[in-house]
Design a protein around this ligand. Structure first.
Ligand code: URA
Length: 430
């Protein structure tokens, strides 16, 4: 088999065989195909697309490029919850301790934030002492004991995705549905869970801005998992404004804890309850949304969160004392000097503003500052007076405050007419 022929075949719009796809993945990982040939193939795929069978084959070959976690030491059905990435998305921190209350086991592997989107690992690491690099034994032990654990790296999972994603990132080939689906699902397969619920984000702060594209991605990911013998479902949720009120690492942990205390913002609660409901329904555990809310209000999910923090080396006292979180004391309010209704929020710009303050990274190697971020005071449909602030920025000496203010000013559109608030839930795909 020659890479040249495979590139030419895809360039001309033909279907690749399972053997050709497997050959490409194996040879690229073992460095027998140079980046320039792989980049050419990715661009051909970008323009010509892949059918569901090709996408499935690519996903399987990628998943098999490294270790596939064997979760059999943990009894019962193992569940994973995956967000396609957004701004202010701390849902995982709420959903996991709630689900554990229904006996669900969630050995969760998470990523760090990149670009305008945040990552669960960065958020958790803002808790003093919290460790996310766990040995397999520790990981399994915590899941057995508490019901869930969150790890950043366990073994050598999907090396093909690491290489291919880095190349896509530099060759403008990220936003292709087949390539996104194979990248995401290969990692889910390697993670070893039996059932996976996706939170597919749609809107100005998401990868996919359009509901049709998001629906297509959700269906494709579910199809691949079904072919692999896994249970799967997707919630489509609105990312046309930040989720909840807090964006930034310590700030999001604080908001997740408040939500577990029953004081969360409405959109975050609604989304978390719905994700929990879909997970439980998928694995045939009968529970109503009311019962899920009751689990939160009982305080048991909060207690479980504290136990999880402690089990992973973190200081559980943060739950009662937010002063223990690294949270900047230097606060700047941003005003638009306009009055009217908030018509739209360009959520990607809010995410970038948080990033330039230091809460996120534009390159993988960058170090983040857990103490900075943005508190969103106004969302779509809210009225602002001329001198009212729209956000509060938590800044440090290293924050690029000037750029962040400019980004926030561009992110908010103020209109004269009343505007309907945004709906968080956009649909469920089974
Ligand atoms: N997230 C991933 O893990 N992969 C993609 O391709 C896009 C988003």
């Amino acid at each position: 088999m020659r890479m040249y022929d495979i590139i030419k075949k895809k360039r001309d719009g033909q279907e690749l065989t399972s053997e050709e796809i497997e050959f490409v993945v194996k040879a690229y990982v073992s460095e027998n195909i140079p980046d320039y040939q792989m980049a050419a193939l990715l661009m051909a795929i970008f323009f010509r697309g892949m059918n569901p069978r090709e996408t499935y084959d690519l996903t399987i070959s990628m998943a098999r490029s490294g270790e596939i976690l064997d979760l059999s030491p943990i009894e019962g059905i193992k569940v994973d919850k995956h967000s396609t990435g957004g701004v202010g998305d701390k849902a995982t921190l709420v959903v996991l301790p709630v689900l554990a209350g229904f006996g669900v086991k969630i050995p969760k592997m998470s990523g760090r934030g990149l670009g305008h989107t945040g990552g669960t690992i960065d958020k958790l690491e803002s808790i003093p002492g919290m460790r996310t690099e766990l040995t397999k034994e520790e990981f399994f032990h915590i899941v057995k004991k508490i019901g869930f654990a969150v790890a950043s790296q366990t073994g050598n999972l999907v090396p093909a995705d690491k290489k291919i994603y880095a190349l896509r990132d530099t060759t403008a080939t990220v936003d292709n549905i087949s390539l996104i689906a194979s990248s995401v699902v290969s990692k889910k397969l390697a993670g070893g869970a039996d059932a996976i619920v996706f939170d597919v984000k749609v809107g100005s702060g998401a990868f996919l801005k359009d509901i049709n594209q998001a629906t297509e991605l959700a269906k494709l990911m579910i199809d691949i998992l079904k072919r692999s013998g896994k249970l799967s479902r997707a919630v489509l949720s609105n990312m046309d404004q930040p989720l909840g009120r807090m964006v930034g690492n310590s700030l999001e942990v604080l908001e997740a804890i408040e939500t577990l205390k029953g004081n969360g913002p409405e959109d975050l609660i609604k989304l978390c309850v719905r994700i929990c409901y879909e997970v439980l329904d998928l694995i045939k555990i009968k529970a109503s949304e009311q019962q899920i809310i009751k689990e939160i209000l009982s305080g048991k999910a909060l207690e479980r969160f504290a136990n999880f923090v402690e089990a992973q080396g973190g200081d559980p006292r943060v739950i009662d004392d937010y002063n223990l979180l690294p949270l900047s004391k230097e606060i700047i309010e941003v005003k638009l000097n306009k009055s009217g209704y908030i018509g739209k929020v360009n959520t990607e710009l809010v995410g970038i503003a948080s990033m330039v303050l230091g809460a996120g990274r534009s390159k993988k190697e960058e170090v983040i500052d857990p103490s900075v971020g943005i508190e969103v005071l106004k969302k779509t449909g809210d009225y602002i007076q001329f001198d009212e602030p729209v956000v509060r920025m938590y800044v440090s000496k290293k924050s690029d405050v000037k750029s962040a203010i400019k980004l926030i000013s561009h992110a908010y559109e103020v209109v004269e007419q009343r505007v309907k608030p945004q709906e968080i839930l956009l649909g469920v795909i089974e």
